[in-house]
Design a protein around this ligand. Structure first.
Ligand code: MG
Length: 403
């Protein structure tokens, strides 16, 4: 269902002064005059209206920032592919895109939402760029940032190298349970980016410890479908922007601007019909454990391996039914690797928990403290999935003891 035509690169609109334009989820008939005579319906209607108006300008700014950062990354990735650097060990172009993306998001958010209390929890810092030998890289990043900000005459400003360093370093916030904090992974899926595969710019907003909005810009994700041969793949346009706001559902549109469509997770109830997404890189997912879980569930399809939080976006639109992430022991999950993806999936009707079924807690600073791993699926499949996960983990411990 088409919801609205919205170019993510358009300037942030003025907030709505009344609610009637953007009540999500429900058709206007759901809130007929008759039904609003019922007090509980009236309360629910009021809560929908409040959700719709909350974070309206923040979501528009986030979509704009992530879309511009995606354009910077696309420009760098194109250059990498042309010069065939992706097959070499030299990772400097990635570093350039990571830094550039973080600077663009930070600068755009600050320009669109001026605030004394701006707080950003982000992956990169400028330490290496300030060292001897970082000058050339900093020059390249600064040029990339200026080129990106001036695209389509968007912003009429020129930033200096110092401005870029400061913008990157504004991502050093520790986050936490109080106040608002932006959470950013400027390039999630670095190795996918190098291979020319999937990666994402992942941006979320925490308010009092809860994720209230999230945006995933996935420049290499096809609009049609990934990993699901039954779904329509005729739409081969590439580059998707997922956006979600608490209580308002999840939308997807093309990165270069198109009508936004409401998306939903799959309604599959039988685990045997499910397909499983997991990380491409084995370091982020124990593939043997995933395969044991799949076996217990009776899943027939082979796993689909995708880099980055593009998995959350693909799952939110029903391309797959389950996402399993079990990093090697000792790996600490960072909040920017999951905050945007989680709300994109949960607002599309899915659930993301740790291996014990606990909600993910983003209020504890830069890290997620959780039990063993992360599992994501729809509400109907979650009980049997958690059951299979617990059995597979128990077996893994028993097998290790036998060795
Ligand atoms: Mg990253």
């Amino acid at each position: 269902m088409a919801i609205m035509a919205l170019n993510p690169l358009a300037r942030v609109p003025k907030p709505h002064l009344h609610f009637s334009l953007s009540i999500p989820h429900r058709s206007s008939s759901s809130f007929s005059r008759q039904s609003l005579l019922n007090p509980s319906r009236r309360r629910r209607a009021a809560s929908f209206m409040a959700s719709a108006s909350l974070y309206h300008k923040e979501l528009a700014a986030a979509k704009r920032a992530a879309s511009l950062a995606a354009r910077l990354c696309q420009a760098v990735q194109k250059a990498i592919l042309i010069s065939d650097v992706q097959s070499k060990a030299d990772k400097s172009p990635v570093t350039v895109a990571d830094y550039g993306s973080q600077a663009v998001v930070s600068l755009v958010l600050k320009m669109e939402l001026p605030s004394e209390s701006f707080s950003l929890v982000a992956e990169e810092d400028s330490g290496d760029l300030r060292n001897d030998g970082g000058q050339d890289t900093l020059k390249r990043i600064t040029k990339l940032v200026n080129d990106t900000l001036s695209m389509d005459g968007t912003y009429n400003i020129t930033v200096s190298e110092e401005d870029v360093l400061a913008a990157i370093d504004s991502g050093k916030s520790e986050g936490g349970p109080s106040g608002q904090h932006w959470v950013l992974d400027p390039i999630d899926g670095t190795k996918g980016f190098l291979r020319g595969d999937q990666y994402a710019i992942a941006l979320a907003l925490l308010d009092e410890g809860k994720v209230v909005l999230g945006v995933l810009a996935c420049p290499n994700l096809p609009l049609g479908s990934i990993g699901n041969p039954d779904k329509d793949t005729s739409q081969n346009q590439t580059g998707c922007l997922f956006s979600a706001k608490i209580g308002c559902g999840t939308d997807m549109q093309l990165l270069n601007g198109s009508t936004a469509n409401r998306i939903h997770v799959t309604s599959i109830e039988n685990p045997a019909d499910a397909s499983i997404f997991e990380s491409y890189e084995a370091a982020h997912s124990q593939h043997d454990l995933s395969s044991s879980i799949a076996q217990k569930l009776g899943v027939r399809a082979p796993p689909v391996r995708i880099d980055s939080q593009a998995k959350y976006g693909a799952l939110a639109r029903g391309d797959g039914a389950i996402y399993l992430r079990f990093p090697r022991p000792g790996y600490r999950e960072k909040i920017w690797d999951h905050a945007a993806g989680c709300i994109v999936v949960s607002e599309a009707g899915g659930v993301a928990t740790d291996a014990a079924g606990n909600d993910l807690d983003f209020s504890k600073g830069r890290y997620l403290d959780l039990d063993t791993g992360i599992v994501v699926t729809n509400k109907k499949l979650m009980p049997s999935l958690l059951n299979a996960v617990q059995h597979a983990l128990k077996e893994q411990i028993q097998n290790a003891a036998l060795l």
